[in-house]
Design a protein around this ligand. Structure first.
Ligand code: AP5
Length: 211
């Protein structure tokens, strides 16, 4: 099973991806987290993508595909996996199909208004060590409760970069929705409820396909 989470910046892909991973044991693969790790470690790849990510632009398809391809080849992905932030363009969806096309799949679009998204992103804190996401509106924390590392504000959560990320999402999502809709695997979910309520809907979609 392959579960693809679609949605704009801040819609809760990471939050729901973690909940799916905990409940079903499918590993969450976040291209954003994997790229941020490269930047944090200051690798050759990290140096290439740092400026692109800080500007809220998309990293080149071949770079992101290579990251995903090598991650899904790991043994823990054999049963299935959750993709958070990939594919993001029609081309990425077609490339994914070429490297691992044989699985049943579900694409879940999490829908949230831009007004609500701006508020969420203004309060987001992340753990760069393990990727756990928090919100200062819910938790007044400075350390990650999962691994103890320091929490930080993401570089691309500045309002001007957030607007750019919304713009790119609006420009790229249409063909992706059409692609998964034509395949008959697209589900839309209201992402403005609490994370637990959203997860109940996500779970009912996944269960309907697993059974
Ligand atoms: P990426 O890290 O994937 O960022 P994104 O898609 O913009 O999504 P976010 O991580 O910002 O939000 P989210 O939907 O995961 O929400 P979250 O759960 O954190 O990508 C970053 C960059 O990497 C891109 O801009 C690009 O440069 C590059 N990149 C990555 N993938 C790429 C690709 N495939 N191709 C090319 N480039 C790529 O939640 C947000 C906040 O809201 C949190 O504080 C959370 O606690 C809170 N929250 C979550 N759910 C709820 C809820 N139901 N109610 C209230 N609050 C909630």
């Amino acid at each position: 099973m392959r579960i693809i989470l679609l949605g704009p910046a801040g819609s809760g892909k990471g939050t729901q991806g973690e909940m799916i991973e905990r409940h079903y044991g499918f590993p969450r693969i976040s291209t954003g987290d994997l790229l941020r790790l490269e930047v944090e470690k200051d690798t050759a790849l990290g140096k290439i993508v740092k400026k692109i990510m800080e500007a809220g632009e998309l990293v080149a398809d071949d770079i992101v595909l290579e990251i995903v391809r090598s991650r899904i080849a790991q043994p823990d992905c054999k049963r299935g996996y959750v993709l958070d932030g990939f594919p993001r363009t029609l081309n990425q969806a077609i490339l994914l199909e070429k490297v691992d096309g044989s699985r049943p799949e579900i694409a879940i679009e999490i829908q949230v208004s831009e007004e609500a998204l701006k508020q969420r992103l203004a309060g987001r804190l992340v753990c760069l060590q393990c990727g756990t996401v928090y919100n200062i509106n819910n938790n007044k924390l400075s350390q990650c409760q999962a691994c103890g590392a320091r929490l930080t504000v993401r570089n691309d959560d500045r309002p001007e970069v957030v607007s750019q990320r919304f713009r790119i999402y609006r420009e790229t999502i249409g063909p992706l929705i059409e692609y998964y809709s034509k395949k008959g695997v697209l589900f839309r979910i209201d992402g403005e409820k609490t994370p637990e309520e959203v997860f109940r809907e996500v779970k009912s979609v996944i269960d309907s396909r697993l059974n």
